[in-house]
Design a protein around this ligand. Structure first.
Ligand code: UDP
Ligand code: MN
Length: 554
């Protein structure tokens, strides 16, 4: 064989081999082998980066974070989660707006969060949110003790997002502790997406969390939504299914409560439903609408009440709130605060946590509750003493917002949004603190025994009494009723479990006297610190008791 023929044959062989090789690569590509390889590389890269980041976690005692930090460090950053939403949510067609009209800015403010937990929150977001919609992540470090956290996080996230077009990453660190409310407003100020999601720093978004929320928001630009929050157990970090039969509400102390959701005829539990407030502080809203409402009230400090305030304002000024069960976000519900509140002002009876919350609640009551603010003061008499010290540089005036947006009065909210608030007092004839001669009747607990005594009416834990219209019972908020015991010679007062049709627990009111229906004796405080029963004397000051609030007859 001549040399040129041999060369030609070799060339053909190379071409055939190259062609076969190419075919093989095409088959592999079709099978997605490279994708899998690339994504497993990405996961590996993410894991390595996570370890480097977490390895620098400062040592802290167990109760510092109020969850199992070591376990969190040892779990993968993005772990498989149980599918907690209803099966039908997967099959449903969501009417999503085009990505160009639905860019999402996520705002996460954190204070002293464990590195692994914060990273998990962020990485689940990046991996479980459609890339086209996730416009930016705004991460605000509220002056945490771990001072190098933010710059390491920035390094890790820049590498993780190197191969993606989105999201834009914005990192800020407050030079001093500014609190959640200020930080979230700041995040919203710098945001540029169409929608804002406010998220805590100890969350895991579940698969398909965004689509059901966007589907609702696209229908109504004045709607704000919460996902159903799936509880993550603080000690075991188990991911549980949240309850879709609960909605968000609050009581007259302006404390958040879950309320039962009553299904309408033919309503399915997995359908979106109206709620008086958000599910905790996790919510999504159009950025423009949020700014039209002037954001979170900037007079509120550190933590507490801001999402209740936003909810009341939103409903009263033309908006609506829905909880969307097909959207699930896991959240660690901690038993107590993992952070301290900076001292507020000189108050001997209140610690700074209570003082901050009470001041925030007072601002909400004064801003939005109209004449119903007296109910708030009846439940929280200590709030009267709290100075508001509103910062003059913060331009936020509820009266202007009401005029600007022609908002409803608070009474409308009670009639249309949260009738539960009205129910709480419709069968009461009087409630709140019970005062005699400048001091208030108080149930003190000593060595597992309950004592009736008198204390300052501004004492934070001062007992709140309810005088029931129909039964005449005088009860505490812990469902203890004031009754009379007959076993000894003289009838004695005592606290007992409230029971139906209990004649011994029936009190009658004549002016300011409280007369026991069975014995016809009156409550009396003859020694200024002792509650007894004695014969009624119409003008006796020691028998004159005033409730903080008298209700009109229903
Ligand atoms: N947070 C903050 N600054 C503070 C207090 C809290 O940035 O001064 C953050 C905190 O790290 C969390 C969010 O605000 O991401 C909500 O706080 P938390 O989870 O304690 O509230 P909860 O879920 O109990 O309502
Ligand atoms: Mn939280």
């Amino acid at each position: 064989m001549s040399g040129s023929l041999r060369r030609r044959l070799r060339c053909c062989l190379v071409c055939i081999l190259a062609f076969l090789g190419l075919q093989f690569v095409v088959v592999l590509l079709r099978l997605g082998v490279f994708d899998e390889f690339a994504s497993s590389q990405l996961i590996l890269q993410q894991q390595q980066l996570s370890w480097q980041f977490i390895a620098h976690t400062p040592d802290q005692p167990d109760d510092f974070f109020q969850y199992n930090r070591q376990l969190s460090d040892n779990l993968p950053a993005v772990r498989a989660l149980p599918a907690t939403r209803h099966d039908s949510c997967n099959a449903r067609h969501y009417a999503l707006p085009h990505a160009s009209a639905a860019q999402l800015s996520v705002v996460i403010s954190f204070y002293n969060e464990a590195r692994s937990m914060l990273l998990r929150t962020i990485l689940t977001l990046v991996s479980r949110t459609p890339e086209d919609y996730l416009h930016e992540l705004i991460i605000i470090d509220d002056c945490s003790g771990d001072v190098t956290l933010l710059e390491s996080l920035e390094r890790v996230m820049t590498l993780v997002c190197a191969t993606r077009r989105r999201p834009t990453l914005i990192f800020r660190r407050n030079l001093r502790r500014m609190g959640l409310i200020w930080s979230r407003n700041e995040g919203a100020r710098v945001a540029s997406g169409h929608y804002l999601l406010f998220l805590d720093s100890h969350c895991e978004v579940n698969n398909g969390w965004l689509e059901p929320l966007l589907d609702r928001l696209a229908l109504n630009s004045m709607l704000a939504v919460s996902p159903v929050l799936d509880p993550i157990e603080p000690e075991t970090l188990s991911y549980l299914a949240g309850n879709v039969l609960l909605k968000g509400g609050f009581d007259w102390s302006l404390h958040f409560h879950w309320l039962p959701r009553v299904l309408a005829v033919e309503e399915l539990p997995e359908w979106p439903y109206s709620s008086p407030t958000f599910a905790g502080g996790i919510l999504m809203i159009s950025r423009e609408w949020f700014h039209q409402l002037h954001g979170f009230n900037p007079h509120l400090e550190i933590w507490g009440g801001e999402s209740i305030e936003l909810a009341i304002k939103l409903w009263l000024c033309g908006g609506q709130i829905e909880i969307v069960p097909c959207s699930r976000i896991g959240h660690i519900f901690r038993v107590r605060h993992a952070f301290e509140f900076p001292p507020q002002f000189d108050e001997d009876q209140l610690d700074s946590t209570q003082a901050t919350y009470l001041r925030n609640s007072k601002i909400i009551a004064e801003s939005w509750l109209d004449e119903y603010k007296y109910l708030f003061y009846a439940f929280k008499p200590a709030a009267k003493q709290i100075p508001l010290n509103l910062h003059p540089v913060q331009p936020y005036d509820p009266a202007l917002i009401k005029a600007e947006r022609q908002c409803h009065p608070f009474d409308w909210y009670m009639r249309h949004v949260s009738p539960e608030l009205r129910l709480q007092h419709s069968n009461l004839s009087a409630l709140g603190t019970l005062r005699n001669a400048g001091r208030c009747l108080y149930v003190a607990e000593t060595k597992a025994r309950l004592h009736l005594q008198f204390t300052s009416c501004h004492h934070l834990g001062v007992t709140q009494w309810h005088l029931h219209h129909d039964t005449g019972q005088l009860s505490t908020t812990q469902q203890l009723c004031l009754g009379v015991e007959f076993t000894v010679e003289q009838p004695q007062l005592r606290l007992e479990t409230c029971r139906n049709c209990q004649a011994g627990q029936h009190w009658l009111r004549t002016d300011t006297h409280l007369q026991h229906a069975q014995t016809h004796l009156c409550l009396d405080n003859p020694l200024e610190d002792q509650l007894v029963l004695s014969a009624c004397r119409p003008h006796a000051v020691s028998q004159s008791f005033q409730f903080a609030l008298e209700m009109q007859s229903p």
